[in-house]
Design a binder for this molecule. Structure first.
Ligand SMILES: *Cc1c(COP(=O)(O)O)cnc(C)c1O
Length: 368
């Protein structure tokens, strides 16, 4: 098995050069418009709105769903702090929901126990590109009258039961930070079928100017979270390579998991039935003693991974939030036992061979 070389980068240089020759351009609209039109087309949604980060996309999306002070928003503890920060910025309260170690999907029994009369929205997070059951999500949201804001930052291209990640809910939020599959250095965008949500997001990213139809410009306080022109050019060029970028990540993940197939104590996590996973991060169950220490040891040995390198812990236990009465145990179990290797487009076969060697040797010698 051989890993093909990464897709050609020449188109990126062409688009960025074109955007530079039009700068400075306060309207900065050319590449941005084209990116939004083509992103909406590529994802099969009516609207896409580009912003400066995935965090900003979540912020604009939650604002467009009317989330504000006094509202509760259900969010899995199995996520990064970036999912939760924008809802706190809007004055809402996160209600952390557990996840099921057998599926990585939301634990809907826990969600049903925790849903309050103040709950207005739920944020499913497709962590590591893995997507929960869209039917279960839609049923839960409609039963409880919740808006669905998907955090699809890592999930571009994942499909489950023929539903594309980011197009299941009211709004889908994507990040284009380097390291995500579709990247522009920094950046993000949201997708929605709702013209009203898209107009709100366009106003919100630019201090309510232009305002949505029927409203006065600057009549509300908002943010500057516009995407800079050269980054919109990068985003556009990468969007046109998106099928190749997804195939690249899938091939890298297949390659590494294949190389680790017979390592004792490590078992690849398979996607669900009906899930076409984007392969965001090779995922392995760590069946060794002190599994989190093993992931940290690998990080020290130069194999970047979610828990070892980035100290990913259940979000309900993080210091900004009150200490939970009942911590999300399923989430802790998932994070303690999952090795999620962090990949980049430029990682070559030699990089992955090196990772595989380090992981196999560390597992064989592991005596914590
Ligand atoms: C990257 C990421 C974000 C935040 O995106 P930024 O562009 O870094 O602001 C949010 N949620 C998840 C799951 C992410 O991976």
């Amino acid at each position: 098995m051989n890993l093909p070389p990464p897709p050609d980068k020449a188109p990126l240089l062409q688009e960025v050069t074109a955007s530079l020759s039009a700068m400075p351009d306060p309207a900065a609209s050319g590449h941005l418009r084209r990116f939004e039109d083509e992103a909406a087309h590529a994802l099969g949604t009516a609207h896409a709105v580009a912003v400066s980060s995935g965090t900003a996309a979540l912020h604009a999306a939650l604002s467009a769903c009317g989330i504000g002070p006094g509202d509760d928003v259900l969010v899995p503890a199995l996520t990064v702090i970036m999912t939760v920060a924008p809802l706190r910025a809007l004055g809402a309260t996160p209600v952390f929901v557990d996840s099921d170690p057998a599926t990585l999907d939301l634990d809907y029994e826990d969600a049903a126990r925790k849903v309050t009369t103040r709950a207005r929205a739920i944020i499913p997070v497709h962590l590591w590109g893995r997507m929960g059951d869209p039917g279960a999500l839609a049923a839960f949201a409609s039963e409880h009258g919740l808006a669905v804001v998907e955090d699809a930052a890592q999930a571009v291209g994942t499909v489950r039961n023929k539903r594309l990640a980011g197009t299941v809910g009211t709004v889908g939020c994507f990040s284009m930070k380097d390291g995500k599959i579709l990247w522009s250095g920094e950046g993000g965008f949201l997708t929605t079928a709702s013209g009203r949500v898209a107009e709100h997001a366009r106003a919100f990213r630019s201090h309510w100017q232009p305002a949505p139809p029927g409203e006065a410009p600057l009549s509300r306080l908002a943010t500057n979270s516009r995407l800079a022109a050269p980054l919109a050019a990068l985003a556009l060029a990468n969007l046109r390579r998106l099928p190749d970028l997804i195939e690249r990540r899938r091939a890298q993940t297949r390659y590494l998991l294949n190389a680790l197939e017979r390592v004792p104590g490590l078992t690849a996590l398979a996607p669900a039935a009906g899930e076409e996973w984007n392969g965001f991060s090779p995922l392995l169950h760590i069946g060794l003693p002190s599994p989190r220490a093993f992931a940290e040891h690998l990080a020290q040995q130069g194999v970047p991974n979610s828990t070892g390198s980035f100290r990913l812990v259940p979000c309900d236990t993080r210091p900004p939030f009150p200490r939970p009465e009942q911590p999300c145990r399923g989430t802790a179990e998932i994070l303690d036992h999952t090795l999620a290797v962090v990949l980049a487009e430029g990682d070559t076969q030699a990089t992955l061979d090196h990772y595989a060697d380090v992981i196999a040797q560390a597992a064989a010698a592991w005596a914590p």
